[in-house]
Each structure stands twice: as C-alpha cells, then as structure tokens.
Design a protein around this ligand. Structure first.
Ligand code: APR
Length: 267
C-alpha cells in the first residue's frame, strides 16, 4: 500500500508577508519542542500539568516545602533536553534569515522570543533568542542570585528527590533558573521582547496555547500594532483570533515546508 504524506499547503499570504519583511519575530511555546519529545504543559493527557501540580512543582511555595523534589524534577527535565535534539522546526527558524537574504539580497533579522526553558533554539543555530520564562540551563542562588553550578554528570531523570547544590558565594541553595507561577518576569528579557515586537514586520506564533500572561500579551500587541501575524499550531490557540493566518500544521512539518517554498521563489 503506497502511503502518501500530504505536504502542508503553505499559506500564500504568509509567504508574501515574509518576502517583504526585514524584521521577523518568532514567538514560541512548548509545542515548538513537542516533536523533539519534550512534554508540553496542557494540550495532551500526558502533558506536565496533567501529571504534576503547578503549586508543588512551579511556585516559590513548592520550593520552600520540598526543594529536593523540585530540584530533582527540573534536573530530570534538563536531562530530557540534553538527550534530545532540535527538530526540523527549530532548524527551519535558524535558516529563515539566510533563506530570505538569498531570495532578495536584503539583510533580514529573525528574533526568537520563547516561553520555553530548553536550549533547542540555540542548539539549532538561532543566535537571537529571548527567554521570557528563564532557562533550565541558568540555575542561580536563591539568596544572592549568583549563577549556580550543576552537579557534574548527566542528570538522572528517574530521581524523585535530589539535594540542590550550594552557592559557592553564600552557601545558600541553588534554585532552577525558571520563572515560577507567582513570580515576576525578569524585566530585561521582557522589555527586550516588547522592543522586538514594536519593530518587527511579521510575527510567527508557534506552539503556544496563548493562555499564560503576560507572555500572551506580545502576540496581541503585534496584532494591535498592525503587524502581520500568523500562527502555526495543530489546534487553533487562544491567540488565533489575533492572527491574520491560522495555519493548522505542526512546528516540525510546517516550518520546513515554509523554508522549502521560500527557496523556490524567484527574486
Ligand atoms: N507543533 C506546534 N504546536 C504544537 C505541537 C506541535 N508539534 N504540539 C502541540 N502544539 C500546541 C498545542 O496545540 C498547544 O496550543 O502547543 C501548545 C502547547 O500549549 P501549552 O502546553 O499550554 O504550552 P505553552 O503555551 O508554551 O505554555 C505557556 O505555561 O506552564 C507555563 O511556563 C510554562 O512557558 C509555559 C507557559
């Protein structure tokens, strides 16, 4: 039996908008890394918040009550990221600028703004990546905020409890470098993200449910500022109504197809 895989139909309006853009923001969420085997938070029965309690695993209170449990959990997630690779979607984003520059010879800046705490955009070659919710790779001291060191060796994903390391400056505990519920967003990345949205021509929104604030504000701002907005998601998100194009596709299928179509275009 011949299996035909339907190539996603790239929306022509999106192609046109990208060929005219000189500054592009790609705003990503957990769906961006789903095809690298990294769990999302909400959209599937085995998503993280279907299995774990946000107050226990992702809040200052949860950390106070059970540091070892929380540290082990984030180390397990870091281990999963270390054991996987960026998917074709991450790679396509890293290729977007060069692909457009080859098309029309003009410089094109592509900036990634991500809610993800993995490092898959950077490992795929993206050089401008702003993390709104922190990173699994940036632990810091819970007291003096100094950058922390991981315990050497591959993180063991099976551990349910693990002592967090200590700060080399003040000996307090090192905490995961992620933004927990109830914590303020780091202002530097937030302001930078706002500036990038102000000056972009096109915003691609990939793999987010669009329900977590204030991050979800950025695509809505782009819409209100009249930017060309397009969503790539197998299921329309809360942001779909703010999009000029809602493309029902996945990150690792849609984005490479977009690059392929752009490469076919004549200058
Ligand atoms: N390609 C594109 N999109 C996908 C894919 C895929 N392969 N698989 C799932 N999606 C979409 C889902 O349809 C859903 O809209 O990705 C989205 C994932 O939504 P969430 O799990 O809610 O993740 P996200 O939007 O990133 O969550 C925001 O919530 O828990 C906090 O801090 C955490 O940064 C996170 C924030």
């Amino acid at each position: 039996m011949l299996l035909t895989i339907n190539k996603p139909q790239v929306p022509p309006e999106l192609l046109a908008a990208l060929t005219n853009a000189r500054r592009i923001v790609v705003f990503t969420g957990a769906g961006m890394s789903a095809e690298s085997g990294i769990a999302t938070f909400r959209d599937k029965p085995d998503s993280l918040w279907a299995k774990f309690n946000t107050r226990e695993m992702a809040s200052p209170d949860g950390w106070r009550k059970n540091k070892n449990r929380v540290w082990a959990w984030y180390e397990g997630r870091r281990g999963a990221v270390l054991q996987t690779e960026p998917n074709a979607g991450h790679v396509a984003i890293a290729e977007l600028s060069a692909t457009l520059q080859n098309l029309h010879g003009q410089p094109v800046q592509v900036d990634v703004i991500t809610q993800n705490v993995d490092n898959l955009h950077e490992r795929a070659g993206s050089t401008s990546v702003t993390h709104l919710h922190g990173s699994l790779f940036a632990p810091r001291c819970m007291a003096c905020e100094c950058p922390g060191e991981f315990i050497p060796g591959e993180p063991d994903q099976s551990l349910m409890s693990l002592d967090p390391p200590r700060c080399s400056h003040c000996n307090s505990y090192i905490r995961p470098g992620v933004v927990w519920f109830g914590e303020a967003m780091p202002q530097g990345p937030w302001r930078h993200a706002e500036d990038l949205v102000d000056i972009c021509h096109v915003m691609l929104v990939v793999g987010t449910s669009g329900i977590v604030w204030p991050a979800a504000e950025l695509p809505i701002n782009a819409h209100n500022l009249g930017k060309f907005t397009a969503e790539i998601n197998p299921a329309p998100s809360e942001l779909a109504k703010y999009m000029k194009v809602q493309w029902t596709s996945s990150a690792a299928t849609g984005l490479p197809a977009l690059i392929e179509e752009l490469k076919k275009l004549k200058p």
